[in-house]
Design a protein around this ligand. Structure first.
Ligand code: NAP
Length: 534
C-alpha cells in the first residue's frame, strides 16, 4: 500500500483504478479542490502497463501520440526512446507522472474494490482488504482490457509445469531459456510474445485458433529531430486530438481502392507496409466499409504471409481467412511470421487439430501430445464490460450492474448509466474506447467528467443520473453506427464473442472521437441534457 485515506470520512469522489485514466482523473480532481482518493488492485500505478509485462510487450500506437497532451511541460521534456514504446518505458512514464503530480499519497495500491453500493446519496465501496470507503461520487477508470479471460480448457489446473498469462506476467524474471514453451492465443499479445520467447526457448509451440492479420511495426529508435519536431508541433497535435476521428491524424491517399488500378493499389500498400504500423488500413477510403475493397487489402496481407513463411503448410495456416481485415484489432509485430521459419518453432492449427485437454506434461490435441515445461496463455480479456460487471456494483434499488447488462452494456455516452447515480465510467462501453487513440479518449473523458463534477458543486447538485430514455437513444445510436461498419461480420471481443455466454453486442461507439466529442460538448452546453439532477 502506498497511501491510506481516512476511511471514516465521506470523500467527494473515489476513483477506481490508477492507470492513465485514473491518474489523470485524480490529478484533475485534486487540482479543483475535491477530496478524492484512488484505489488500485495492482501494487503500482500504470494499469494495463503494470500487468502486461510479458517479453515483447509494446504499444501499437506511436509513442509521440501515446502520451498525455494535457501536460505540456511533460510532453516537452519526456524523451521517448523508440517509435513504439516498450512496456517498461510506458510504465516508467506513468510512474513519473504520478511522482510529478504528487499523486502517490492519494492512491491506495494493492487493494481491489469488490463491491460498490449506492444508498442515501452516496456510494459505499468495499475492498478485498475488508475496508469500507464512502464517497458521494465514484469514477471508474478500470480500463477496457483488464478483466482477464482464462479459457475453459479441460485439465488446465492439472498442468505440472509453469502457467503464465501475458495479462498478468510476473514482475520477477522468468527463466524460459532452454525450456519447451507453448503459447495459446495469437491476438496482439500472442503475436508480440512469440518472437521474443523464440529467442531463448528450446522449443516453441504456438496454438492458433484464428489466424490474425498483422503488420510489421518497423520499430526503431526515435531521433532527437523527431522529438523536437513533435514538441514544435504540440499545438497542432492538441488540435488534432479534437478534430480527428482517431484523435491523431491517419493519412491515406484519399482515393477508393476499387477506383484505383491494381498496380497503383499495390504501390500504395507497399508504402504502408514499408512504413509499418496500423496506418496502412487507411490507405484507401473504402476498405473499411466495402467488402470487395476490404478483400483487396486482405489479399495484400495474405500475400505477405506467404512471402515471409517458408513452409507452405505453415503459411497456409497463418494466412487469415473468413473475416474482413480490420474487424478484429489489427496486430502489429516484430518478425512474427519470420519466427515460424526457425527450426525450433512450430504452429498447431487448432481449427484442424483442436485442443482435447491439458495434461500434466503438456497439451493434447486430437493428433498429438505436445510436451511442455511452460504454458503461456495469451487468451485475452472480457473486454470493456468485464472489469465493471465483476466489481459487484449495485445501483438504485439494489440493481446489480451485471444483471442490468446481461443482454449487453447500456450506458449514456459510455459515461453514465440510468439507475446508477453519481457513477461515471471513463472509457466505458458506448464510448469510442479502443476505436480511437485511447489516450485521447481518456483525456476527453477526464476533462468532461471533471467539468460535470465542478458544475454539480457549483449548482449544489447532490445526485446526477442518466435518464433512461436518453440512454435508450444512445444505445440505439451505438448499434446503428456499428451496423454501418464491417465489424458485425466477425466474432471478436468488440462484440463480446470471445467470452462464452456473453451477449453479442458491439460495445464501442464507431462514429469517431471527433463526432463523439461534439456530442458530449453539446450535452454539457445544454446543462447536461439527458441527465436528471437533484
Ligand atoms: P485477443 O486479441 O482477444 O486474443 C486472444 C487470443 O486467444 C485469440 O487468438 C483467441 O483466439 C485465443 N483464444 C482465446 N480462447 C482460446 C481457447 N480456448 N483456445 C484457443 N485459443 C483461444 O487478446 P490479446 O492478444 O491479449 O489482445 C487484446 C487487446 O489488447 C488487443 O486487441 C489490443 O487492443 C490490446 N493489446 C494491445 C497491444 C499493443 O498495443 N500492441 C498489445 C497487446 C494487447 P480466437 O481469435 O479464435 O478467439
Amino acid at each position: 500500500m502506498t497511501g491510506l485515506c481516512n476511511l471514516d470520512a465521506v470523500l467527494d469522489i473515489a476513483v477506481i483504478g490508477a492507470g492513465f485514466a485514473g491518474l489523470h482523473m485524480l490529478d484533475r480532481l485534486r487540482e479543483h479542490g475535491f477530496s478524492c482518493h484512488a484505489y488500485e488492485s495492482a501494487t503500482g500505478v500504470g494499469g494495463t502497463w503494470f500487468w502486461n509485462r510479458y517479453p515483447g510487450a509494446r504499444c501499437d500506437v506511436e509513442s509521440l501520440d501515446y502520451s498525455y497532451l494535457h501536460d505540456r511541460e511533460l510532453y516537452a521534456t519526456w524523451q521517448w526512446s523508440e517509435r513504439f514504446a516498450t512496456q517498461p518505458e510506458i510504465l516508467r512514464y506513468a510512474e513519473h507522472f504520478a511522482h510529478r503530480r504528487g499523486l502517490w499519497p492519494h492512491i491506495t495500491t494493492g487493494t481491489t474494490i469488490t463491491g460498490a453500493a449506492f444508498a442515501d446519496g452516496a456510494w459505499t465501496l468495499t475492498t478485498d482488504t475488508d475496508e469500507r470507503v464512502r464517497a458521494r461520487f465514484v469514477v471508474t477508470a478500470v480500463g477496457c482490457m483488464s478483466a482477464v479471460n482464462t479459457p475453459a480448457i479441460p485439465g488446465l489446473a492439472r498442468f505440472g509445469g509453469t502457467v503464465l498469462r501475458t495479462s498478468r506476467w510476473p514482475a520477477e524474471p522468468v527463466e524460459l531459456a532452454g525450456r519447451r514453451v507453448g503459447v495459446v492465443g495469437t491476438g496482439s499479445s500472442g503475436i508480440q510474445v512469440v518472437p521474443e520467447l523464440a529467442k531463448t526457448a528450446a522449443e516453441l509451440v504456438v496454438f492458433q485458433r484464428t489466424a490474425n492479420f498483422s503488420v510489421p511495426a518497423r520499430n526503431r529508435p526515435l531521433t532527437q529531430a523527431e522529438r523536437d519536431a513533435a514538441v514544435a508541433g504540440y499545438e497542432q497535435r492538441v488540435e488534432n486530438a479534437r478534430t480527428t476521428r482517431f484523435g491523431h491524424p491517419v493519412t491515406g491517399t484519399g482515393r477508393a481502392a476499387l477506383e484505383t488500378d491494381p498496380a497503383g493499389r499495390t504501390a500504395e500498400f507497399d508504402k504502408g507496409w514499408a512504413r509499418g504500423g496500423t496506418h496502412i488500413v487507411a490507405t484507401f477510403t473504402d476498405t473499411g466499409r466495402d467488402l470487395t475493397a476490404n478483400a483487396v487489402l486482405a489479399d495484400y496481407f495474405r500475400d505477405r504471409v506467404r512471402e515471409a513463411v517458408h513452409d507452405p503448410e505453415t503459411a497456409r495456416a497463418l494466412t487469415p481467412t473468413g473475416y474482413p481485415i480490420g474487424t478484429k484489432r489489427l496486430c502489429v509485430d516484430d518478425d512474427y511470421y519470420e519466427t515460424f521459419n526457425l527450426p525450433h518453432v512450430r504452429l498447431v492449427d487448432l481449427r484442424d487439430d483442436p485442443i482435447q485437454e491439458v495434461t500434466e506434461t503438456g497439451i493434447r490435441t486430437t493428433r498429438s501430445d505436445h510436451e511442455l515445461d511452460v504454458l503461456v496463455l495469451a487468451t485475452g480479456f472480457d473486454a470493456f464490460t468485464g472489469a465493471l460487471t465483476r466489481m459487484g456494483i449495485t445501483g438504485r434499488d439494489g440493481q446489480l450492474l451485471a444483471d442490468t447488462w446481461r443482454d449487453g452494456p447500456r450506458s449514456y455516452l459510455g459515461l453514465a448509466m440510468a439507475g446508477f447515480p453519481n457513477l461515471f465510467t471513463l472509457t466505458g462501453p458506448g464510448s469510442t474506447m479502443v476505436l480511437s487513440n485511447v489516450m485521447r479518449a481518456i483525456e476527453h473523458h477526464v476533462e468532461w467528467v471533471r467539468d460535470l463534477l465542478v458544475y454539480a458543486r457549483e449548482h449544489d447538485i447532490t445526485e446526477i443520473e442518466a435518464i433512461e430514455s436518453a440512454q435508450d437513444d444512445w444505445v440505439a445510436k451505438v448499434a446503428d453506427l456499428a451496423g454501418k461498419t464491417l465489424y458485425p461480420h466477425t466474432d471478436s471481443y468488440y462484440l463480446g464473442a470471445n467470452i462464452e455466454g456473453k451477449a453479442r453486442v458491439f460495445a464501442p461507439f464507431a462514429g469517431g472521437l471527433d463526432a463523439y466529442r461534439r456530442i458530449c460538448d453539446g450535452v454539457a452546453n445544454e446543462g447536461y441534457r439527458g441527465f436528471r439532477t437533484a
